[in-house]
Ligand binder design. Structure first.
Ligand SMILES: [Zn+2]
Length: 336
């Protein structure tokens, strides 16, 4: 990946991914390249949207928790990697732990090549310690400025290709392709996120100890444009809103306002229902990730998304992915 500074006054950073040189996500694999799986395990179930064109050219594979793998144009994008097993403990803050309930659908060590990671926040529930120790150091990462500052300050163990994308800032990702003209690109925009509710005792604690890190969501747009160009010539063919680890709060209403008149094709909402502190410490407990009720609320606040679902006559069509399931979709815009 090449990380170049913006040449214009645009705040976009430009990254380049090369799918013709696939690399495993972990550094242990480097000397045993023949043993790297070329694909994810077969999906337990393959789901599509009711309006499917039967021309699906992209997919989301659900690993577990907030970990998904998005595949398009020969590249794989991994979100918030947590590959702990059932019963493993996650350290979330001073004296605060959580226990993983279910196994991931696939293990970190047997993943096929991964080209890019989107990390919503630097926190063990979405980025476990084993993953952090195992990942290859040159894996391209897009994350919060907070997480970037940590990942690049680990001395010889630092990650070397980390782009910091703050809320409403953008990174453009060029995907090398053997073709001329319109070429595949990603545009990643930071979306607001809030890990715990305002005014609650834990937030005051958080301010004191810095226990809970700043959290982003992402708008991931898959589309086409001229490589190296500014965001102006990028044309999205599919738009995915990834919630990250957020609760419902007012700033989320800004998202449909910003994308007014533009389709948000897919929303990946993390409904983990994790509590901090542990449920044993109630009534101090509060949700860290959203439960199902708040997920519905978020869909309401994304009114544009819901209206488009309604207009298409698809009201109430929510696809639920179990671990190991895959959702396939069509990214348009390659042919003009
Ligand atoms: Zn978290």
């Amino acid at each position: 990946m090449a990380l170049t500074s913006p040449s214009s006054k645009s705040s976009s950073q430009i990254l380049t991914l090369d799918p013709t040189h696939p690399q495993p996500p972990t550094r242990h694999h480097h000397h045993t390249s023949s043993s790297i799986p070329t694909n994810l395990p077969p999906a337990k179930a393959i789901k599509t949207h009711p309006s499917t064109s039967a021309e699906e050219n992209a997919s989301v594979y659900f690993v577990g928790n907030a970990t998904t793998i998005i595949q398009w144009h020969g590249i794989r994008i991994m979100t918030d990697p947590n590959f702990l097993h059932a019963g493993d403990h996650v350290h979330l803050g001073p004296g605060v732990t959580s226990v993983r309930k279910l196994n991931p659908a696939v293990d970190l060590e047997v993943l096929p090549p991964v080209d890019l990671m989107l990390l919503s926040h630097y926190h063990e529930d979405h980025f476990d310690r084993h993953v952090e120790a195992s990942l290859r150091r040159d894996l391209p990462i897009i994350t919060t400025p907070h997480a970037q500052s940590i990942l690049t300050a680990k001395g010889e163990d630092s990650f070397t290709q980390v782009a910091a994308v703050d809320v409403y800032n953008q990174a453009l990702v060029d995907i090398k392709a053997d073709k001329t003209g319109r070429r595949p690109r990603l545009r990643v925009t930071g979306m607001p996120g809030k890990h715990i509710p305002m005014g609650k005792p834990l937030e005051k604690l958080n301010e004191v100890v810095g226990a809970i890190p700043p959290t982003n969501g992402w708008m991931l747009e898959l589309g086409y444009g001229n490589h190296g160009g500014t965001t102006a010539d990028f044309e999205p063919g599919y738009r995915i809103y990834i919630s990250g680890d957020t609760l419902i709060f007012d700033e989320l209403k800004e998202i449909p306002r910003r994308y007014d008149g533009q389709a948000i094709n897919l929303m990946l909402v993390h409904l983990g229902g994790t509590t901090v502190p542990s449920p044993a410490m109630l009534p101090l407990a509060m949700m860290v990730t959203m439960d199902a009720k708040q997920g519905v609320e978020l869909m309401r606040s994304l009114g544009d998304f819901q209206n488009q679902v309604k207009e298409a006559g698809l009201d109430g069509q929510v696809v639920y992915l179990d671990r190991g399931d895959e959702y396939r979709f069509y990214v348009g815009g390659e042919k003009v």
